[in-house]
Each structure stands twice: as structure tokens, then as C-alpha cells.
Design a protein around this ligand. Structure first.
Ligand SMILES: C[S@@+](CC[C@H](N)C(=O)[O-])C[C@H]1O[C@@H](n2cnc3c(N)ncnc32)[C@H](O)[C@@H]1O
Length: 288
């Protein structure tokens, strides 16, 4: 039985996007549900804040030591945009694999020409992403000490962005589409799937997912857990002298050209005195 209450259209208030309630505060104060991690209210709240929250909503003081990690979704999208400019790759249609509540997809939709599709295994994350898109923003709760606080956000005018669609689906078994996408972004999910090598192989085994000449973004902190991935399948596990970064490059270099490499920090806020900081290794590849 789902414990996340997402407002229906009848309960959404009439004062536009900001009144559209995506997540209620009382859900965050209950014991964690047995649902899969990314369906849980606290996890949805953390990702809503990371993807859509303002700087002030994320950090309560401007000189916070983690301040530089703000804006991960925007920076990742800009890294792909820069790679597209560098290579002359025209990005009409993009796919965001493991999109969660959709913040990176929304950032892409600001400059991708025609459409962005976000896919995630979590039905609740996809539901929230759709509601954000339909309402053009919304409000949600975050944990603050012993209580909760409401965060409101509004997205740019939808007429100024590419078409956005969110689907529940398995990033390890993508259907693709005739002709493939111009760009595929895989952010912080390769170390969360059962078979990361097979997940990656989809992008070079078939042009139904990524067309020849298209761009592939792999962002990952390489933070492996046996709960998600058998240790034998961790990138670099077969060569103790090799890092996951090295293993990724070895897996892709025959079919892709490395266009850009960077580190992108990000932060998920539990409450103002507890944050999860990560640094994703970001490589951008052009499919030969
Ligand atoms: C660590 S979060 C990353 C979210 C987002 N891409 C980002 O970088 O902020 C991992 C996401 O991958 C999704 N996920 C995990 N396994 C998946 C799979 N096999 N197919 C699609 N999504 C998956 C989870 O539901 C979750 O939303």
C-alpha cells in the first residue's frame, strides 16, 4: 500500500504551480515505509530539493562549506550542451535514464530542440516528475529538525522548453526508438543497477537508443553497494589495479570517442545539519 500521498487534481489549490502539493510534510515524519528506496517520501523529498530547490532552500547560510555542490542538475546539463557545441552534434531528442523526479530532464529541456524523455524504475518518482511538469512547479516538504518546512518552486515558461515526457521503465532494458536519440544521459545510476556492463552495452549494441554521432553522458560517483550490484560486476572488480573510471573507459573506447571529462559535485540534504555530498565522475562520449 503506497504511503506517499501525491495530490490529485481536485486537491491541487487554485493559486497555480506553487500551490500544487507534491509531497506532504506528515509523510516525512512517519517511520520509513518498506517500499523500494527511491519510492520513499524522504528520498523523494531529498531529490526534489536537489533537483528543484533554490540555493537558500538547500543551505541556510551563503558560506556553507558545501555551497559549491549546489546546482548539480544544471551543471550536468550544461556539460552536455558544451560537448554538443564542441562536436557540432545537433541534439533534437534526448533521453535521461534514471531521471528520478526529473530535474535534469527539465534542465535539458531548456536547450534541447524537440523532446526530452525521462525514464525511471520508481513509479512515484515518475509520478512526481509528471506532476511537476504539468503544473509548472509545485510545493513539497523537507525535514527541518523535529518538523518540516515547505519549499515552493516554479519552472520557466513551458513554451520556452522542449516537450517533456516521463515514463516508468527499466534502464537496463530500454526499448529505444527508430533512429535512436541524439543524446543519452545516465546520471548516478550505473552503480545502482544489477548489471552495469549490460546497461552500458545497450548504448553501443543498437542505434535504437543512441544514434551514430550521438552523445552519451556517464555520470557516476562509483559508489558500489552489494545490495544493488553483485561485487563481481563492479567496474574494475576484475582488475584490482584498475579503478572504475579506468574500467569504464576500457569498456567504451572501441566504439566511442571521449569528448569531455570532469568532476561534478552534488548534495542531498537530510536536514540542515546532515548532508550527503558526492562527486560524480562525468565523461561525455560520441558514438562512432
Ligand atoms: C541515485 S538516483 C539518481 C537520480 C538522477 N539521475 C540524479 O542524478 O540526480 C538513481 C535513480 O536511478 C533509478 N534506477 C535505479 N535502477 C534503475 C533501473 N534499472 N532503471 C531505471 N531507473 C533506475 C532510481 O529509481 C533512482 O531514481
Amino acid at each position: 500500500m503506497p504511503t506517499t500521498t501525491i495530490t490529485t487534481d481536485e486537491t491541487a489549490s487554485t493559486d497555480g504551480a506553487l500551490g500544487h502539493i507534491l509531497l506532504h510534510g506528515d509523510e516525512l515524519l512517519r517511520a520509513e515505509s518498506p517500499d523500494p528506496q527511491y519510492d520513499r517520501p524522504r528520498e523523494l523529498s531529498r531529490y526534489l530539493l536537489m533537483h528543484y530547490g533554490s540555493f537558500e532552500d538547500t543551505f541556510e547560510r551563503p558560506d556553507h562549506p558545501l555551497a559549491g555542490a549546489y546546482g548539480y542538475a544544471h551543471r550536468l546539463s550544461e556539460a552536455l550542451r558544451a560537448a554538443a557545441e564542441l562536436t557540432g552534434c545537433r541534439v533534437r531528442d534526448a533521453l535521461d535514464v534514471g531521471c528520478n523526479v526529473g530535474g535534469v530532464s527539465h534542465e535539458l529541456a531548456r536547450w534541447v530542440e524537440d523532446s526530452v524523455v525521462g525514464v525511471d524504475l520508481s513509479p512515484r518518482a515518475v509520478e512526481v516528475a509528471r506532476r511537476v511538469t504539468d503544473a509548472g512547479g509545485g510545493s513539497f516538504s523537507v525535514v527541518r529538525g523535529a518538523g518540516t518546512r515547505t519549499v515552493r518552486f516554479r519552472l520557466p515558461d513551458r513554451r520556452e522548453r522542449a516537450e517533456l515526457r516521463f515514463e516508468t521503465g527499466d534502464g537496463e532494458a530500454l526499448a529505444g526508438r527508430p533512429g535512436g536519440y541524439d543524446a543519452v544521459l545516465v546520471s548516478n545510476i550505473l552503480d545502482r543497477v544489477a548489471d552495469p556492463a549490460a546497461c552500458l552495452a545497450q548504448f553501443h549494441d543498437s542505434e535504437r537508443i543512441l544514434r551514430a554521432g550521438g552523445l552519451l553522458v556517464i555520470a557516476c560517483p562509483w559508489s558500489w553497494y552489494p545490495e544493488y550490484t553483485d561485487p563481481a560486476a563492479w567496474f574494475g572488480a576484475d582488475r584490482p589495479d584498475h579503478s572504475s573510471e579506468h574500467a569504464l573507459k576500457a569498456a567504451l573506447r572501441d566504439r566511442f570517442t571521449l569528448v569531455a571529462e570532469s568532476e561534478q559535485a552534488g548534495v542531498l540534504c537530510q536536514n540542515p545539519r546532515e548532508y550527503d555530498y558526492f562527486e560524480s565522475h562525468v565523461t561525455i562520449w560520441q558514438h562512432r
